[in-house]
Structure formats: C-alpha cells, structure tokens
Write a protein that binds this ligand. Structure first.
Ligand SMILES: Cc1cc2nc3c(=O)[nH]c(=O)nc-3n(C[C@H](O)[C@H](O)[C@H](O)COP(=O)(O)O)c2cc1C
Length: 347
C-alpha cells in the first residue's frame, strides 16, 4: 500500500535508484499559503552528506511542484512534488539480497520484477517525499496552534536527557542535531566516528512531542492517536519500535493526578488517554535499528542462483539513522495528527 490517510491522502512513488521519488497529497485546504523556504529547511535537515556522520551520497533534493500550489498558495488540487534522483548508481548493486534489508522479500514478492537496488521503495530515500508532505502539514498544524518537535534520546550508549513531560513550550533545540542536553553532542559524534571507522553501525532513538493538541483529538477504538501515528511512523525504514511512555509497576506510580483546568501534575500517560489527547504534551518515543549496511564481511543471498554467498557492502551508507531521520519522524507525526485534526469535532 503506497497511500495513507482518511482526510488527507498521501501517496508516495518512485524508488531509491529510479529516476525520481515523489508524493501526491490530496485533500489539502485551498487558499492557504505555504512557506516553501520552511519546507526546504526541513528537507535540508534530512539531506544526505551534509554532516560528517551521514552517508556521503550527494543528492541536491531539488524538487518541482507539478500541481496544487500557485504563487505559494494551496489550490485545493492534489499537491504533487517530484524529486529527481541524480546521484544514483545501480552498478554497485548485484542481484544479491543484503542481510537484514528488504531485498529478498521484495524480490520474491514481485517475482523479480521490482528494482531493488539501493533498497528500491523500501529505502530511506522514501523519507524525502514523506518529509515534504509532513512539512506542509506541519505548517497547517502550526496555523491551529499545534507544534511538533523532537530530540535524539540516544545514539548507541550515549543518552540525552528526556523532554520535560509537562513542558508548556518547546525547548530550544538545534534543528540539525536536536538534544535537550547539547553537551551530549560531542560524545555522540565521537561514537559515530569510532563506529564508522570499525565498519559498524549504531542503534539510536528519538523522542517526538506535540504541543497544543485539542482535548479529545483522536477517534474511538481503531482511530486513536497511538494507532494512527504507528501506521505513519512504521513506514520509516529502520524504525523498529515505539512507545507512549514507560510502564510503571504500580498504578499509584503510573497515574497522573489532576490539577487546575483539567491538566495533570505528571504526564506518564504521554498526553493520551483512550486514544485521545488529554491536554498534556503528546510524547512518542521511537527507536531505530543500527543501519544494516555494515562495512564488514557478511553472508548475502544470491537471488538468481538461490544460495547464500559471501557478501561485502559497497556504496555509501549512514552510520546511524539519526540525526537525519529526526525530521522524518516529525513528518510522520505531523501527517497523522493533521489527518486526525480534520476528523475532530468537539461535542
Ligand atoms: C533517513 C534514513 C537513512 C537511511 N540510510 C541508510 C543507509 O545509508 N544504509 C542502510 O543500509 N540503511 C539505511 N537506512 C535504513 C534502511 O533503509 C532500513 O534499515 C532497511 O530498509 C530495513 O528496514 P526495516 O528495518 O524497517 O526492515 C536508512 C533509513 C532512514 C530512515
């Protein structure tokens, strides 16, 4: 399924080593101005090769908007954006499935028809149009007083401080390496460099917050905030787990006691009860697997001759999905929340 959304339908197309990737977003309002520089800024946050620790694949991430925007204003037609892939090189990929990538499953599923070089449409490159779409929805949410932001909670063994769960405004964060405790950056960068030099990769995690959600946002039963956001978030390759808070052993330690205005003193429920926003900050934590393309000798699977073969990764790869993946997580959260917001009717 390449599409998602009840009210705003997002379709992603293209693949990592195809001529382009892109998106079509249907159901956006007409007459609303979109700041394309702000969209470009979000795209810049996830771009490959900008920062020492990311993959040196150089893509300009230049895009064309083919419909849905006129003079910076949404027209109400489907918003279609196309990103040409310039720096792709299919020659580095052979018909050998790489360990822990989607290659084998995609090859078998498509009967060998789908181009799986660079991960095909299961690649991190698909988070480029996701980020574009999420960035547009971020602006629509901001017009309704809702802000979405995130910080890196850990890279390998180096952990950041958590967000203040009862915060009333966003802390100041470096958009390119967001940390609550900025002094952790040096240790994280050092670990990334040391790990890359060993040919290995790192697990990492992110905490994403939304402030300003109206109380009651979220649909009953199957349409709650947790299930909605999960469907958007698990599109992101390498994202393997998420949680809305930590479990406590006793109810007395898990409950949030009320204070003025129906708010709560603590926020162990992470802003959600019964799938609906409760007025406190919404907090979701995600973790990413270490990037599967380790620069070490491994065993791949020859898809033509159907046998395991010695395998060494070629090409260029990230050491950790963060910080690049942070804006993709924010995008998924913005898309899910905006879709829910269009369902929201209080009373
Ligand atoms: C922004 C981003 C960048 C990524 N960069 C790489 C990379 O350079 N090399 C790699 O092997 N995997 C990379 N990944 C992760 C793989 O795409 C992912 O682990 C793989 O497709 C398997 O997905 P799964 O773990 O969800 O099954 C990246 C993911 C994201 C979101």
């Amino acid at each position: 399924m390449d599409s998602i959304g009840n009210n705003v339908k997002l379709t992603l197309f293209g693949a990592s080593h195809a001529p382009f990737v892109g998106c079509v977003i249907e159901g956006l309002p007409s007459g609303v101005g979109i700041d394309m520089d702000a969209v470009r800024f979000d795209l810049e946050r996830r771009r490959a090769g900008n920062y020492g620790y990311a993959s040196p694949r150089r893509e300009s991430d230049v895009f064309t908007v083919e419909s849905g925007l006129d003079g910076g204003v949404l027209t109400g037609e489907p918003l279609r954006a196309v990103f040409p892939n310039k720096a792709y090189d299919r020659s580095a990929y052979s018909p050998v499935a790489r360990p822990s990538h989607a290659d084998l499953a995609a090859f078998v599923k498509s009967g060998g028809k789908e181009d799986i070089s660079g991960g095909g449409r299961y690649s991190g490159r698909m988070t480029l149009p996701l980020t574009f779409a999420g960035s547009v929805c971020r602006q629509l949410l901001e017009k309704k007083g809702i802000t979405v932001f995130s910080h890196i909670s850990f890279i390998g063994s180096v952990h950041d401080e958590p967000f203040d769960p009862v915060m009333t405004k966003a802390p100041k964060l470096d958009p390119f390496f967001p940390l609550v405790s900025s002094e952790k950056k040096e240790a994280m960068e050092r670990l990334i460099t040391e790990t890359r030099e060993k040919g290995d990769t790192l697990a990492c995690g992110l905490e994403c917050a939304a402030l300003g959600l109206p109380v009651g946002l979220g649909e009953p039963l199957f349409g709650g905030i947790e299930s909605t956001l999960s469907r958007y978030l698990f599109m992101i390759p390498g994202l393997r787990g998420l949680s809305f808070g930590d479990i406590k052993e006793y109810g007395s330690g898990m409950n949030d006691q009320f204070t003025d205005g129906g708010l709560t003193v603590t926020n162990r429920s992470c802003g959600i009860n019964g799938g609906m926003a409760n007025g406190m900050p919404m907090l979701v934590s995600v973790w990413f697997r270490p990037v599967p393309s380790v620069a070490l000798m491994q065993t791949g699977y020859d898809l033509i001759n159907e046998k395991p073969v010695p395998f060494e990764i070629k090409g260029r790869h990230d050491t950790a999905i963060l910080p690049r993946g942070a804006v993709a997580v924010e995008a998924a959260v913005c898309l899910g929340l905006y879709d829910l917001l269009l369902d929201f009717k209080r009373n």
